[in-house]
Design a protein around this ligand. Structure first.
Ligand code: UT7
Length: 323
């Protein structure tokens, strides 16, 4: 028997405030046409004043627990992927633990920026395979609206807020690619590229800072590295692009999503796309896409999925899983 981390439930939360591209035309030299054509984004959600990352994460977690038919105390591990935790410490994950009313288990955050959810899935999988966790809430949650420079049109129009969550559960597999659950993981980072996407503040500088990005450079790396890591993860599982039912990409830019699918020789009909509605929600984008994909009836039990993401660091990776 091979231990597998199998998806038991999925859910998401988006804040009420929807901001269409046209809203930026009032304050910036930009246009709906530019934002749509360069990024595919049509609107994004922004958190209400006072609404925090852990607030949204708790709501997404509740939705995933409902979908799984489980109670908070059925969970033994909470992992939150975020770069925008409420406080410097404690972790957003411990706040989620408390927000759900959990009385046991352990909780911690993962910070790999836009690749955070892929890194969190890899960690949850490792804990389950090692027998150290049985049911893990894996959450991606972000309030990037709090770190945007509203005078920088090249970044502030691209991001949004939200949260998505999965419940992963230990199950016995047969060790073949027919098993449900996580089948392979491929992770990378390269700190030499830290200057092309970063926040220019932090605890030791006593500021929060703002997101800074050399968009063209990040774009170049993304197109090359995302298809490579997705292929590497498929290789590890003994599968190819032809086996994939759904690519569930990090939702940063429709042009990157299309280029990656093309390099993987997977048609766009087999790609979950939510970037038009959510913008780039960093670590929340993949679980949001998984939840929307399931709700819309696209993702079905037994489907083979590849989730891939890249972000600040650079950090990037892919997970192959059978839903
Ligand atoms: O989630 C982490 C990963 N992040 C990403 O994957 C983001 C990767 N990068 C991108 O998505 C794209 O590079 C952007 C959407 C950020 C930009 O698209 P681009 O086609 O690379 O445009 P660009 O940066 O080369 O800018 C083209 C022009 C520039 O003007 P000049 O220099 O050609 O006169 C910009 O100043 O567009 C201008 N520009 C804008 N114009 C109107 C930049 N932002 C805007 C804007 N509205 N909001």
């Amino acid at each position: 028997m091979t231990p597998r981390a199998v998806v038991r439930g999925v859910g998401h939360y988006l804040p009420d405030r929807v901001v269409p591209n046209s809203e930026f035309e009032r304050t910036l030299d930009t246009s709906d046409e530019w934002i749509r054509s360069r990024s595919g984004i049509e609107q994004r959600h922004f958190a209400a004043e006072g609404q925090t990352t852990s607030d949204m994460a708790v709501r997404a977690a509740r939705a995933a627990l409902d979908d799984a038919g489980l109670q908070p105390d059925d969970i033994d591990t909470v992992i939150v992927a975020t770069s925008t935790a409420d406080l410097t410490f404690p972790s957003a994950a411990t706040m989620v633990q408390d927000g759900l009313g959990m009385t046991g288990g352990f909780a911690f955050d993962i910070q790999a920026v836009c690749a955070g959810f892929v890194f969190a899935l890899a960690n949850a999988n490792a804990l389950i395979v090692a027998g150290q966790a049985r049911r893990v809430l894996v959450i991606g949650a972000e309030t990037f609206s709090r770190i945007l420079d509203w005078t920088d049109r090249s970044t502030c129009v691209l991001f949004g807020d939200g949260a998505g969550a999965l419940v992963l559960e230990a199950a016995d597999g047969t060790g073949t690619t027919d098993d449900r659950g996580i089948l392979a993981v491929d992770l990378h980072s390269d700190g030499r590229h830290r200057d092309i996407l970063y926040v220019d503040g932090g605890v030791s500088t006593q500021t929060t800072g703002h997101l800074r990005m050399q968009g063209k450079e990040v774009f170049r790396h993304a197109v090359e590295k995302l298809a490579d890591t997705a292929h590497a993860a498929l290789d590890k599982a003994g599968l190819t692009g032809g086996d994939v039912d759904w690519i569930v990409p990090h939702q940063a830019n429709l042009r990157i999503i299309k280029a990656t699918a093309q390099r993987m020789q997977v048609p766009m009909e087999r790609v979950i796309v939510t970037v038009q509605d959510h913008g780039n929600t960093s670590a929340a984008s993949i679980p949001l896409a998984l939840s929307v994909g399931k709700q819309s009836g696209q993702i079905k039990q037994g489907d083979l999925l590849v989730a891939e993401a890249i972000g600040g660091g650079l950090a990037w990776g892919a997970v192959v899983l059978r839903w």
